[in-house]
Design a protein around this ligand. Structure first.
Ligand SMILES: [Zn+2]
Ligand SMILES: [Zn+2]
Length: 148
């Protein structure tokens, strides 16, 4: 049974408007909005942009380039989750800021590329190797960008 909570959500008239619009709850504030590509509502995105500028202004300075995520967080007060997100997205480049990283999805260890750490990857690779025999999975595009 579907219950509609009338009154709590404002009805928006989008007749003839955006086709294939998808309503979603903002990942940050929980508000319902029309999802385009981001899991965040426009207001939160704007906030995030401001925060990104703050983080970037801080870390782009020569003396701050070696900062870790927690140091950036302390200096800017921006949530570590957001900083991780930007690193993962590649907006904050670990080639430029070598001490930035984000936690491995599997064990939480700080990593700089992919979604999981080497240890977890090796574990997964063993599983994948088994799967590869069945599926024709080809991941030949390995990017190794280590600048030291
Ligand atoms: Zn929001
Ligand atoms: Zn791991």
């Amino acid at each position: 049974m579907i219950q509609t909570t009338a009154g709590t959500t404002r009805k928006q008239d989008v007749k003839g408007g955006i086709p294939l619009a998808e309503l979603a709850n903002c990942k940050s504030c929980g508000k319902v909005f029309v999802k385009v590509s981001s899991p965040y509502c426009p207001e939160c995105l704007k906030e995030q942009e401001k925060k990104f500028d703050k983080v970037y202004d801080y870390i782009k300075q020569q003396e701050n380039r070696m900062s870790t995520v927690s140091q950036v967080h302390e200096a800017t007060q921006v949530e570590t989750a957001l900083i991780y997100h930007w690193i993962h997205e590649g907006r904050l480049l670990t080639t430029m800021f070598p001490n930035l990283g984000y936690p491995c999805k599997s064990c939480g260890k700080i990593i700089q590329e992919g979604s999981i750490c080497d240890d977890c990857r090796k574990r997964l690779e063993r599983d994948i190797a088994r799967l590869e025999k069945e599926e024709d999975l080809n991941t030949g595009d390995h990017r190794t960008t280590y600048h030291t």
